[in-house]
Ligand binder design. Sequence first.
Ligand code: UFG
Length: 342
Amino acid sequence: MGRQVLVTGGTGYIGSHTVVELQAVGFEVIIIDDLSNSTADVVDNIERISGIRPVFEEFNLLDLGRLETFFEKYRGIEAIIHFAAFKSVGESVEKPLYYYRNNLVSLMNILDCMSKYNVPNLVFSSSCTVYGQPDQLPVTENTPKKDAESPYGNTKAISEEILRDVVKVARELNVIALRYFNPIGAHPSALIGELPRGIPNNLVPFITQTAAGIRQQLSVFGDDYNTTDGSCVRDYINVVDLAKAHVIAINRLITSINIDRYEFFNIGTGKGASVLEVVKTFEEATGVKLNYKIVDRRPGDVEKIYADTTIANTVLGWKAQTSLYDTLLSAWNWEKRIRNID
Ligand code: UFG
């Protein structure tokens, strides 16, 4: 039997890809997910890819009693990757308390149980959102954080502060926070990927749905930014590459003796791509012409952000491998499979 890792949010987009990568190197994975933004058939598809069915427990992490019962049952868990959180920027502006309660209380419940049941290692899903619009690019881990643009972003910033403070007093606890840039793409099998509910907010699901004919037209939000072609610049990271960073982080926590007890890393490619470059690369990779138009800027968007990944490269020994071209193709293959397009 492999070492046990709990993955909260393990049927979600990044979670499911991480479960597959953990299984590939021999970890025994237990998922907790309330299916609020995913479906149970993801567990079947994880099994199809890896040949191993992860244990799946369906409940909400706000239920501390239920979580304690869970830890009473699974005594061998050595590490936790905590993905489970709400992540829609716009929705968080509409429902701030809902976001703060869900994202912060679930983290606090996890931390309580880690102390009570002696689980020492945590990998936390953070985000480049903690940097806001940085004054200097690329952003390093030490770039000053700005006020969050949204309650969602603020839950990530506050979560990092909670972790920093708790690590100071919880002597057994070791934490790695991974600050993701923009995760995109899907598993090469096309069996798991990103499935947004309703109209997608994020660029790549909107692109693939437009290409599939589900959306009529992609709106490109602004072409008058101070960038090479005027559209916003982001650091788009392949979701499988991102998933692998979690496996490295888990191994580092489990095996290292000389690590800082609270570490954080930028996880991106180190390269910025504009919205129009993403559109063009998608068209080249897939041969599908995208119907798009330039519209006004989207309120709250940062102009450009991309990562300095030197610390992740050197300290974790992790580097993004997959090109934007291949990643966009994987996103399209996923969309085609779920929509039954040849
Ligand atoms: N965009 C469009 N049209 C769309 C959707 C997006 O032009 O239909 C543009 C956006 O304006 C932006 C880029 O595509 O320039 C990327 O937008 P996403 O919504 O995909 O991603 P964001 O960078 O806005 O958001 C991401 C994460 C959030 C996180 C945020 C922090 O999805 O979780 O970064 O900046 F909070």
